[in-house]
Each structure stands twice: as structure tokens, then as C-alpha cells.
Design a protein around this ligand. Sequence first.
Ligand SMILES: [Zn+2]
Length: 269
Amino acid sequence: MSDSIYTHSGKLGMAPIVWPVIFIPCAVVLSAAYAYLDVYIPLGGYVSFILLAGYVFGLGIVSAFAVKVAKCRSTTAAGFLGFLGGLFALYASWLIFLYALINKFDEEGIGLVPLLIHPGAMWQTILLINKEGWFSIRGSTPTGAVLGTFWVIEAVAILGGMIFLSGMRIRHEIFCETCSRWLPVFEKRMYKPPTETHAGNFNEVEPAALLRLEEMQESNFPAVRCEFLVCNTCGAKGLRYKYVELVTDKEGKTSEKSTNYKHLLKAPA
Ligand SMILES: [Zn+2]
């Protein structure tokens, strides 16, 4: 077999069963934590955004883990599961938020089940909260379009975050279709790129030529970072590599920037 550029087969693996079994209970717990923190520490401003970011990352990490464990080999399917999971989380967080808020301020209170089976009443309550507002920030209480904008930002962050994050654990992985497993990394190497090479033309470098480059022992820039993968069962080899350089931003901060991932199912000899 000659070196071939690896792409996922697109198979779903056990995702239709395994993904919801892992994701749904975790999403309920995260949504409850998010809703209760939101109701009981309504500080507004930065804290709300940090809380939202934590919630979205938490959901994304769980979803991405479930996608990988389920052996889903489709980033499109992962994104779609992320979208569905985002809708579920949005609904769960609103439900628990309303439950917590009503029971905090209303002496009679309400049960979770009556709320769950009356989506119409849920919606009416949301409209009422939008009209009246429920928290104050710097002496004013956001209502109407302002509060609605916060909610839209929140919904977009949850759905967008979930669509993007759900595929993150499989995006750069290689799967052995024969043995039905992800290939683990068994060796990492760094190479010194030829002087005429830069991020823009790195894709033209042949994998075989790449491995004839001078190996570097220490981290230097620019570098070609290679990871060799092997299937422990059948011995199938994989290779992935990227071009890494140091970039300096406007404020003078330097950071690593990597470009042009390539994945091969068989490492060149
Ligand atoms: Zn194998």
C-alpha cells in the first residue's frame, strides 16, 4: 500500500447509542449547576460570561469524549450530535433555571414535572421574566430587547460551541478500520524545515522527503512536528505532522502557530 492521505470513513460507530447514554446525564448535571449558579449568584457582567463559558466547555468536553469513545468517524455527525446536544442543554438549563427562580421567589413554588409537561406555561413564564427582568446590574434591571439579546447570545454560544467542540477529539485522529480502534501515538519527532519552506508552501513537501530532513533534539522554530501512530493489534501505521512557527502579535507577545496538518494512513519507511 502506498502512502495515502487519511480521511475518516464517515461511519458512526456506536454513536447513536453510546453518545446519548454518556452525554444526557452529564448535560443534566451541568445544566442544573449552571442554572442554580445563575439564579443564586446573579452578579451579571463578567461572572455571567465566565459561567456561560464554563458551561459550554463542560458540555463540549463531555460530547467530544462521547464521540471518541463511541468510535464515531465523522466530524459532520459529531457536529450534528453537538447541535442536538446543544438544543437539549438549552432546554434543560431553561427548565431548571425557571424551576430554581420560581422556587426562590414564590412561596407556593412549583414542581419540576409540571413545568416539564407544560411547555406553554414555560414559555409564558419566560415572556413574563423578559417583561419584568429578574436581576440588576449597576442599578438597572435589564428587560425586553436588552435581556432578550443576552439570551440570544447565550443560545448561540451553547449551540455554536457544541457544534464546534463535539468533533475536537476526533478531528486529528486516525482510525484503524480493520481492528476498529483509534491509533495511539508511539513516537514524536521534530524536524528542521528546509529554509525555503514556510507555512504557505508546506503542503507541497512530500512526506517521504520530510523524513529525510534533519532531526532536531530541542524545541526550535520553525519546526515540523511529526507524530507516528501504530495500531497495537494489526501494526497499521499512521503519521500526522504540522508546521509550527512562532508568531508575534501587535502587543509583542509571541505564541506558537501551527498550520497544515496532514494525516497519512501509512508512514513512509
Ligand atoms: Zn489495526
